[in-house]
Design a protein around this ligand. Structure first.
Ligand SMILES: Nc1ncnc2c1ncn2[C@@H]1O[C@H](COP(=O)(O)OP(=O)(O)OP(=O)(O)O)[C@@H](O)[C@H]1O
Ligand SMILES: [Mg+2]
Length: 466
């Protein structure tokens, strides 16, 4: 996939940085600065203590804090430190009393953007605030670009030449920007998560996050906590408010893997989020608006589960606006070689090996294999092979033994089917070769007596080789 950074830049929303928290425990000073910045057109909120500012930060995204240094309780320096630690994109300007240059320097060392010494001039405030917000805007834009690049990279390369898959990708590209919920089904390792990432990358908001969770891997109450987050004090040990995955996926994509493993209770809770477009954190009483696209993955037949009562029908209809079904690899055999070479190049590059080709017999073997683990199995197989390979070509012997045995069972050197007899003949020949023609040892290894071996050698015409 060609990545056109320039085009991507043009479709980016210009990130705005205009949200300012003003913090001062002296009411008149707080009021005048708040007023001044509002007149400049910024969104401004005043906080009368450091703690109030920290609370406000957890509620909403802020771009800039303008804080007085000397305050009761959490002072400006502490606020600066904690805010910058938790929100590195945010900038802080400190306001100092006159003759407090020492503390201004301290603040600068701890990462303040700049300081304003009282009494400050209006144009000075305007300039400093404007440059701080410009910096924040650039940081935001940089992050969005990075996310977009990452989204393209992780969702960009689905390798296929199979007509059915190509049609599926067309459909995926078409529905991706609509934001509708999608169920991706298919056997294990067919590329369900990859397709989900592809949908996200081609959506109308690829800069939003792609948050994935495997519903089958976690216990129910943990899953609730992971998905919905919790308020401070919701349970013992909940000493910090935490956003759940649904909330983190706000403005992006939530990928629910193995959705059929969700308990009935969890299904109800998820349904409610999809219907109301809001959620409550565990222990929370204020609804939080969420806007997420949900992509679910399953390797079971969801429709069948609905008809047998294992999955809620109403939830199914919400999730399954579009169903994309990935065919197993054995039903798109033309993809095997294509993917094998793709993975070969990737792994060789990653391992710094000059491996460029796959031996014909190894390739034939791959083409015959059924791949119960689908693309993931092929990927693992090639990665392992590349690690083992010595020359410039991946050999049959670099493939796992169970696969090599398959070759003895089903295929001769030129790919023709082997009868039991041919199989026996080649096996005897191999053992003879290994023992350098020693018939006693060969008979021993094969577990037959010398006479039977001699008869077979004659029957298969193996004697001239020894
Ligand atoms: N068409 C493809 N092109 C390139 N890489 C692929 C393709 N299909 C799958 N892969 C790769 O194969 C691996 C398995 O894919 P993925 O994790 O998406 O499968 P899955 O269906 O989610 O598997 P599971 O059911 O086990 O969770 C991943 O590393 C993925 O990048
Ligand atoms: Mg998966």
């Amino acid at each position: 996939m060609v990545l056109n950074l320039h085009a991507m830049r043009n479709v980016l929303l210009n990130p705005e940085a205009n949200q300012i928290l003003v913090v001062d425990d002296e009411a008149p000073a707080l009021k005048s600065l708040t007023h001044l910045l509002r007149k400049e057109g910024y969104t401004v909120k005043g906080c009368s203590s450091g703690q109030a500012a920290l609370d406000e930060l957890t509620r909403q995204d802020w771009d800039l804090i303008v804080t007085d240094l000397r305050m009761k309780g959490i002072d400006g320096l502490e606020l600066l430190q904690r805010a910058r630690d938790a929100y590195p994109e945010l900038e802080v300007i400190v306001v100092t009393g006159h003759a407090a240059i020492d503390s201004a320097i301290k603040a600068m060392r701890r990462g303040a953007f700049d300081y304003l010494a009282k009494p400050y001039r209006l144009d000075e405030v305007r300039d400093v605030v404007r440059s701080a917000l410009t910096v924040v805007g650039l940081k935001k834009e940089n992050r969005l670009l990075k996310q977009r690049v990452a989204a393209f990279e992780s969702g960009g390369t689905i390798i296929t030449q199979d007509p059915l898959m190509l049609r599926l990708l067309d459909t995926a590209r078409q529905i991706a920007p609509t934001g509708c919920n999608v169920v991706v089904s298919g056997e294990s390792g067919t590329g369900k998560e990859l397709l989900a990432r592809f949908l996200h990358a081609h959506s109308d908001r690829p800069e939003g996050r792609f948050i994935g969770i495997n519903c089958g891997a976690i216990q129910e109450d943990l899953l609730t906590n992971e998905l919905f987050g919790h308020e401070r004090g919701a349970f013992t040990g909940a000493d910090q408010q935490t956003k759940g995955m649904i909330e983190q996926a706000h403005g992006g994509t939530l990928f629910l893997d193995e959705v059929t493993e969700m308990s009935p209770g969890m299904q109800v809770r998820l349904l409610r989020v999809l219907q109301e477009r809001e959620l409550y954190r565990v222990g929370g009483t204020t609804p939080i608006k969420v806007d997420v696209r949900v992509i679910t993955a399953t390797n079971r037949n969801l429709e069948e589960m609905v008809s047998t009562g294992g999955f809620r029908a109403d939830l199914f209809y919400r999730l399954n606006v579009v169903n994309l079904e990935l065919p197993p690899l054995r039903q798109r055999r033309d993809d095997i070689a294509l993917l094998a070479y793709y993975f070969l190049r990737k792994s060789a590059l990653a391992m710094g090996k000059a491996l460029a080709d796959i031996a014909p017999d190894a390739l034939r073997l791959l083409n015959r294999y059924d791949f119960p683990g689908n693309v993931r199995e092929l990927l693992n197989l090639i990665e392992r092979g590349v690690a083992l390979a010595r020359g410039e070509m991946l050999q049959m012997t670099d493939l796992p033994e169970n696969l090599q045995r398959l070759s003895v069972r089903v295929a001769g050197p030129s790919g023709e089917l082997l009868t039991l007899e041919k199989n026996e003949a080649s096996h005897i020949a191999r053992v003879l070769e290994l023992t350098a023609g020693n018939r006693n040892r060969t008979a021993e290894i094969l577990g037959i007596d010398r006479v039977s071996l001699w008869r077979r050698i004659k029957r298969y015409g193996l004697e001239q080789d020894n």
